[in-house]
Design a protein around this ligand. Structure first.
Ligand SMILES: *[C@@H]1O[C@H](CO)[C@@H](O)[C@H](O)[C@H]1NC(C)=O
Ligand SMILES: *[C@@H]1O[C@H](CO)[C@@H](O)[C@H](O)[C@H]1NC(C)=O
Ligand SMILES: *[C@@H]1O[C@H](CO)[C@@H](O)[C@H](O)[C@H]1NC(C)=O
Ligand SMILES: *[C@@H]1O[C@H](CO)[C@@H](O)[C@H](O)[C@H]1NC(C)=O
Ligand SMILES: *[C@@H]1O[C@H](CO)[C@@H](O)[C@H](O)[C@H]1NC(C)=O
Ligand SMILES: *[C@@H]1O[C@H](CO)[C@@H](O)[C@H](O)[C@H]1NC(C)=O
Length: 557
């Protein structure tokens, strides 16, 4: 993987807008343009409706992207070569193997299938001689990804009367498949609320860089925007307002929208910590609600944790998780498990009484609590996802299909790997998008973010997913994700905080490690410009002067 990515990068023309970089790519030097009547055809009987919709979106992007080459003349000097170029009449989608009798599943079905069974690869052939292009895959997901790649091959040249959509790199041959099956983005919608439209726009942007998982940290101590059937009082009393909620139909809308774009939505209801707001509706289940000084009871205000040793609270939590799980299609559900504050429980007489009467230590009680929750999820077909503390600080009994997310530090990866569970990289020292924006707690002028400094796209890009791991441990790395905790984010800066940095991580886990930032920068610039053309307000990486002159602003240029 390492060798191929580096080699490919070196072969690319200075401007070529593929992101993430395909794992197998060969380019020519012949100009080619899309014919006026260019069409995308589906050479598959009874194609699934979401594949037909994906083709329609792909055509829309070809018509509307109008992405001009990021060179000083924006492609004008190639005008005569382009005018004389052959025209590509069509792209035809077909199945790589003609498995008779087995009809193609929908993108939506494949997106939420068991992660180890997903097939995402494709081949794409774009001849230079004016014959049609062909996209082949064994799956709807593969066809979706191939369509996304096809849409990144073209530039726009405005003419006096009409535009031309062209490439200077035909013939093009791509054989592509992801290095890792889990490529995610985590969004926290509890510290600040995000309307459904913002989440859908983010899902669109994720799909354009082949991210396939939205880890939705939907509720937390500050607010409970999720409307859970049977537990609606939680959002009635715990959402920031009656309009800042996700109804079951909103959730279905998001889950359906994501699945049609190849994205699995994994919800998280963090437990037993990060649950203060539940006290508004169910005070009997929360220890140390809004206790002060908050810093003695929690890592951020407001304090409050589920009374994990109480049988009634265990029953309540398991029931809540099961009901919430019913809103989602994913095979996974995260029960969190991070940042449990011991003092909160020490100071809580009810918890101490429960521990005494059941003759359990804190860890035994946490084990009972976790097993009950996970059993409830398993009863509705869900595997658990947990944060790293559940195997390191507070090792509890977990089923072998549990996924553990490393968040505190990449230095913990090896220790988590030793426990034998499957791992998702989410370490704050590489993948947290919220670091480095200054402190947010009040009355503390010299405060910083706890995970300073800001994590640049370059920093995440050079992460090694298998550093410090044995070969056997490396096999249990499912992939990784960028994460946006939203203490200092809202709809206003969602796009600019997330993009293009989350795209850097997307390429790391699709194309594999070993890419170099110098070769990647011109392509990432183009991805930024494409995001903007499609309505996602991605941040600038450099002055436009530099974006138009690949390499000219490198440190040693
Ligand atoms: C489709 O599956 C066949 C059989 O497993 C494999 O040889 C081929 O490479 C696959 N094609 C693509 C495009 O992934
Ligand atoms: C909670 O307790 C009730 C009554 O004993 C029981 O019917 C229910 O199954 C329990 N729920 C869970 C999730 O254990
Ligand atoms: C907890 O118990 C102790 C000892 O019985 C008592 O002094 C304290 O007031 C109790 N705290 C609360 C919040 O009830
Ligand atoms: C409480 O648990 C400890 C350790 O498991 C055990 O030695 C003790 O006998 C138990 N006490 C009661 C009253 O069950
Ligand atoms: C869990 O263990 C079962 C039984 O040994 C095995 O079949 C399964 O593959 C394991 N699952 C994972 C994810 O390791
Ligand atoms: C590898 O281990 C070292 C030493 O514990 C640690 O500092 C580093 O962050 C780890 N690297 C990764 C990528 O996990």
């Amino acid at each position: 993987m390492k060798v191929s990515l580096v080699t490919l990068s070196a072969l690319l023309p200075s401007a070529f807008a593929l992101w993430p970089l395909p794992t197998g790519l060969s380019l020519g030097t012949t100009p080619l343009k899309l014919s006026k009547g260019f069409d995308i055809k589906i050479g598959i009987p009874n194609p699934p409706a979401d594949l037909v919709a994906a083709v329609s979106r792909a055509k829309g992007f070809l018509a509307n992207d109008k992405l001009q080459a990021l060179v000083v003349d924006r492609g004008a000097s190639s005008a005569s070569a382009i005018a004389g170029a052959k025209s590509l009449p069509s792209l035809t989608l077909s199945l790589a193997t003609t498995a008779k009798g087995s009809s193609l599943k929908s993108i939506s079905a494949e997106a939420i299938a068991p992660i180890e069974s997903r097939v995402e690869g494709y081949t794409l052939t774009v001849p230079a001689d004016g014959s049609g292009a062909v996209l082949k895959a064994n799956s709807s997901l593969g066809l979706l990804h191939g369509l996304t790649t096809f849409g990144q091959l073209w530039y726009d040249l405005p003419g006096p009367s009409s535009r031309t959509t062209y490439s200077l790199s035909a013939p093009i041959q791509i054989t592509d498949a992801p290095a890792y099956p889990y490529r995610g983005f985590m969004l926290d919608t509890a510290r600040n609320f995000f309307p459904v439209s913002d989440i859908k726009r983010t899902i669109d942007a994720m799909s354009w860089v082949k991210i396939n998982t939205l880890h939705w940290h939907v509720v937390d101590s500050q607010s409970f925007p999720l409307v859970v059937p049977g537990y609606t009082v939680l959002s009635e009393k715990g959402a920031y307002s009656a309009s800042k909620v996700y109804s079951p139909s909103d959730v279905k809308d998001i889950v359906t929208y994501a699945a049609a774009r190849g994205i699995d939505v994994i919800p998280e209801i963090d437990t037993p910590g990060h649950t203060s707001v539940i006290s508004k509706a169910f005070p009997e289940h929360i220890a140390c609600p809004e206790a002060t000084p908050w810093a003695s009871f929690a890592n951020e205000p407001p304090a409050g944790q589920l009374r994990l040793a109480s049988e009634a609270t265990v029953n309540f939590t398991a029931g809540l998780l099961k009901a919430a799980a019913g809103l989602f299609e994913s095979k996974f559900f995260s029960t969190g498990g991070d940042e449990i504050n011991a003092n909160c429980y020490t100071q809580d007489n009810e918890t101490q009484a429960s521990l005494a009467s059941s003759n359990k230590t804190f860890l035994q009680a946490l084990d009972t609590f976790t097993q009950a929750n996970h059993a409830a999820l398993r009863s509705v077909g869900k595997s658990a996802v947990v944060w790293e503390e559940m195997v390191l600080d507070n090792p509890v009994t977990l089923a072998n299909d549990t996924i553990v997310m490393v968040w505190i530090s990449s230095a913990d990866v090896a220790a988590v790997a030793e426990t034998g569970f499957r791992i998702v990289h989410a370490a704050s020292d590489y993948f947290y998008l919220d670091c480095g924006h200054g402190g947010w707690v009040g009355d503390f002028p010299t405060g910083n973010s706890w995970c300073d400094p800001f994590k640049t796209w370059q920093h995440a890009y050079v992460f090694d997913p298998v550093a410090n791991l044995t070969a056997a441990q490396a096999e249990r790395v499912l992939g990784g994700q960028s994460l946006l905790w939203t203490e200092q984010s809202g709809p206003e800066n969602l796009d600019s905080t997330t993009w293009p940095r989350a795209a850097s991580t997307a390429e790391l886990f699709w194309s594999g490690p070993g890419g170099d930032v110098q070769a990647a920068l011109p392509r990432l610039h183009e991805q930024v410009y494409r995001f903007r053309q499609r309505g996602v307000a991605a941040n600038a990486l450099q002055p436009e002067w530099c974006a138009l002159r690949p390499g000219a602003c490198d440190l040693t240029a």
